[in-house]
Design a protein around this ligand. Structure first.
Ligand code: HEC
Length: 91
């Protein structure tokens, strides 16, 4: 009985981790700003943007150009999402 409870908890934990991975707030911003309309053809390149502060600047740059009206904290969320997904730079 105890064992059963334990494995159920494990399954729940795993499920919530998957949900978290899918729900990075930056992922939603990335989708709604349609960044991939250009960046499918021009993939994010960790060698071009080689530090995290540069990444934030480039996200800000594209966001400004596109007039997304994103707030600074949203730009940072989006940069954090891109860093998790593509860049993996230390912060
Ligand atoms: C209209 C086309 C276009 C759209 C849409 C666009 N970008 Fe860009 N983006 C560019 C171009 C062109 C560059 C290269 C600029 C340069 O020379 O650094 C770039 C560069 C970047 C880079 C650096 C690329 C690298 O290789 O490291 C990042 C990060 C980036 N954009 C993020 C975004 C985000 C986030 C969005 C959505 C809010 C977005 N871009 C939407 C055209 C676009």
């Amino acid at each position: 009985m105890k064992k059963l409870t334990f494995s159920l908890t494990g399954a729940l934990l795993m499920t919530s981790q998957v949900a978290l991975a899918e729900e990075h707030p930056g992922a939603e911003l990335h989708k709604s700003a349609n960044c991939m309309s250009c960046h499918t053809a021009k993939p994010y390149n960790p060698k071009v943007t080689d530090t995290y502060p540069k990444l934030v600047k480039k996200v800000q740059f594209c966001s400004d150009n596109l007039n997304t009206g994103m707030f600074e904290d949203e730009v940072e969320q989006l940069a954090d999402y891109l860093n998790d997904t593509y860049y993996h730079h230390p912060k």
